[in-house]
Ligand binder design. Sequence first.
Ligand code: NAP
Ligand code: MG
Length: 402
Amino acid sequence: MTRIQMKTPLVEIDGDEMTRIIWKQIKEIIILPYVDLKTEYFDLGLENRDKTQDSVTTEAALRTMELGVAVKCATITPNAQRMTEYSLSSMWKSPNGTIRAILDGTVFRTPILVDCIKPYVSSWKRPITLARHAYGDIYRDSEIRIDGPAKTELLVTYPDGREIRQSVHDFEGAGVILGMHNTDESISSFARSCFQYSLDSGEDLWFATKDTISKTYDHRFKDIFEEIFEMEYSDSFKARGIEYFYTLIDDAVARIMRSEGGMVWACKNYDGDVMSDMVAAACGSLAMMTSVLVSPKGVYEYEAAHGTVTRHYYKYLKGEKTSTNPMATLFAWTGALRKRGELDGTNELVLFADLVEEVSLACIEEGYMTGDLKSMCDLDNVTVLNTEDFLQEISTRISERI
Ligand code: NAP
Ligand code: MG
């Protein structure tokens, strides 16, 4: 059999622990037998990040900007305990944070739905993609505890000496204040990434904030989305037969709950944090959630939404075979291969990605799955497989179809 050829390499970003093991298994069992895989490999395993003083993370992100498509394995974000465990020379920053800062992107998360696992919200028939703005607001705020009567103000000083002062509150007793910000540039990038993603996926875009209450801050988000939509995207949305609409966040929540799904829901940073966990939980688990970082320049980085599954890795190290769910990591690979195929015009690669997703879903529908899905699924006959056997089951089905 001749393997599928690739034109441009993927940026392959390896990671840590159980997902690093699954990474290798996915390549060996699912991809390499069928695809003459071309990648540029960056090892973001914690040992190598430490060895390279974390420069490997920046290099991977910069190469992603050049090549356009990356696939990333989950990575450890070090804390005090990891410092000792890996004898680190520094508590390196979150690789996802570093990559996101360079790609300037928006994170899109979509649940992988299978018929035998029903979302807790019974009206949802199609996946809801959550688009979370990943810059600013309370994640970059300044907070002060006020310990007694005090006058508090916002003060803006421009380089030309102009000043704007506005009272926040005259405290009669103790309390708290915070100051937060966002930039037109970041909000615009967020808007463009969302419009582009909707066009690619052919789904309506919803955007919601609380502009009736936050008449300047949230309203700026609403205006920027509106302006960019009218100037740059309204014609292509019309041509694609999809809609953009804005509503209030509370109205959006109520409508999402009654919807059939199948839309992209853009949220500000905090709303996106909360709502993406709600969508994930309502659809089963993070092990069935894909995640892609899309930059406004049209650069894509695919990954799983979950972490390195440490608890399973410690079992693996003791020689146990674990039943860790590889679906989200597998879909990161198929997402990246499909996007590469689309950009390069290599249709076989697109078809291969579609086939892998189709047969892996079919596998679960027919009762072959990893342990985490057993309790959620409503089939009578379920065979729980370890990760490797589950991937073998998928590979057998691919070879029957190819
Ligand atoms: P986690 O790796 O997502 O795992 C938490 C728990 O969720 C697991 O112990 C497991 O539950 C379940 N789970 C997650 N993925 C699963 C899968 N594919 N199959 C089966 N079960 C799965 O989160 P964590 O334990 O909080 O974090 C571990 C490490 O990952 C940390 O060092 C963190 O920094 C890193 N992390 C990385 C990323 C990323 O790179 N994107 C994201 C989050 C966390 P049971 O143990 O009950 O089976
Ligand atoms: Mg969260």
